[in-house]
Design a protein around this ligand. Structure first.
Ligand code: HEC
Length: 186
């Protein structure tokens, strides 16, 4: 008996409110749920970070910094069949100071732990189980920019893929920085 009285009072209070007072700028006939939500302790669900699928803009743009995993560039993992396309992939980023700065930033975060600060294969997480090779060998110097790009993006053998962490252009900046470490000119 007492509980239904409380609910009745709440609904009464709710209906008495003008539209402006509703938490979400309500533009519909308020229901009992809206009345309950007027009590702060009960309104958590109304204030939550819920996705409002019909709120403008529709469709919602991806969150800034989102990395396309599919679409965009087609995947080119290092396989014999992909090699011609990988090697034909041209580096669109000029080796400018800002490109190298950006590349160094990403290299120091993602590559240095295994390959070492200067690429000699002496990174701090190199262990007996996983030994990252030097990237300063003649073989590594002979790779095309496209090959290095595919390697960073998709990984190879036990080297993990970094395509989901190093964004599109940044991968080419890492390639440019790797070239600088290798002392290889364009
Ligand atoms: C978890 C450790 C690890 C990290 C981090 C890592 N690598 Fe590697 N990398 C390896 C291993 C192991 C190999 C050898 C892979 C193989 O045998 O195919 C390798 C191979 C390479 C090679 C080819 C060397 C050769 O002579 O064939 C290059 C170039 C290279 N990595 C660059 C990078 C770059 C650039 C990054 C950062 C985006 C990076 N690696 C991050 C472990 C790592």
């Amino acid at each position: 008996m007492k509980r239904s009285l409380v609910v009745l009072l709440l609904v009464g209070a709710a209906v008495g409110c003008s539209v402006e007072h509703w938490p979400d700028g309500l533009r519909r006939v308020p229901g009992p749920d809206d009345a309950i939500a007027l009590v702060p302790w009960f309104s958590t669900m109304h204030r939550g970070l819920a996705i409002q699928p019909y709120k403008w803009p529709v469709p919602r743009p991806p969150v800034e910094g989102t990395i396309p995993v599919t679409g965009g560039e087609r995947p080119l993992p290092i396989t014999p069949a992909n090699l011609p396309a990988i090697d034909a992939d041209r580096n669109p980023m000029a080796r400018t100071a800002s490109s190298l700065e950006r590349g160094k930033r990403e290299y120091d975060i993602y590559c240095l732990p295994c390959h070492g600060e200067k690429g000699a294969g002496d990174g701090p997480v190199n262990t007996k189980l996983l030994v990252a090779p030097s990237i300063l060998t003649d073989q590594a110097k002979r790779y095309t920019d496209g090959y290095l790009h595919a390697l960073v993006r998709h990984g190879r053998g036990v080297m993990p893929a970094y395509g989901d962490r190093i964004r599109g252009d940044d991968r080419w900046h890492v390639v440019n920085y790797t070239r600088l470490l290798q002392g290889v000119g364009r």
